[in-house]
Ligand binder design. Structure first.
Ligand SMILES: Cc1cc2nc3c(=O)[nH]c(=O)nc-3n(C[C@H](O)[C@H](O)[C@H](O)COP(=O)(O)O)c2cc1C
Length: 175
């Protein structure tokens, strides 16, 4: 087989990772707060790695870094909530993504529990109360599959918070 030209050969790991990150920055997504509670301790993180998996049974997945403080709380409790943020709750993002602000995480917002005991945010666009049904460790992250036990959806239409190209954004109609 012909050798690949240097320009077409597989880039080194750093170049490949940088290209991956700049490609993924183009993916516009909603922003969620993933929350959990175990032994009286509440924990949470901002996440965009959230996806629907199946409807029967209703299942979603989250992808959580092993170093995030919420990781072991989710693992121990076997439960988590996915709270889809509205543009009005953008102030919660810094609290739930900056380690220096960990202590402030549940000091504002209307938090409640439903089936699993994971904290659900009253002002969320939608909040999914999930029980962990499978875990898959992959390199730095764990993918948790959660069966959705209950869903709360906001009664009125609310502006979602979006994230793209390292910035928080609002939705605009395309036409
Ligand atoms: C927009 C945005 C999206 C993020 N998405 C994820 C994610 O999907 N999974 C993840 O593990 N961390 C994600 N993070 C990072 C975590 O929010 C952050 O590392 C974590 O809250 C720090 O946790 P700790 O201080 O509790 O350890 C994201 C951060 C931001 C700002």
């Amino acid at each position: 087989m012909d050798k690949l030209e240097p320009a077409l050969s597989r880039p080194d790991p750093k170049t490949r990772a940088d290209a991956f990150k700049s490609g993924m920055r183009r993916l516009a997504s909603g922003v969620a707060l993933i929350t959990s509670a175990a032994g009286g301790q509440r924990a949470g993180l901002v996440a965009t790695a959230v996806s629907s998996v199946s409807t029967s049974p209703p299942t979603l997945l989250i992808c959580v870094n092993r170093n995030a403080s919420a990781h072991d709380v989710i693992d121990r409790s076997g439960a988590f909530a996915v709270n889809l943020l509205s543009a009005g709750d953008v102030t919660l993002v810094d609290m739930f993504s900056k380690t220096a602000r960990r202590a402030e995480r549940f000091t504002s917002g209307d938090w409640r529990t439903l089936v699993t005991g994971a904290p659900l945010l009253g002002s969320a666009l939608a909040a999914f109360d999930c029980q962990v049904v499978q875990r898959l460790g992959y390199e730095t992250h764990t993918i948790f599959l959660g069966e959705v036990m209950q869903v709360r959806t906001a009664a009125q239409e609310i502006d979602p918070l979006l994230y793209m190209d390292s910035a928080y954004r609002r939705l605009e109609r395309a036409a």
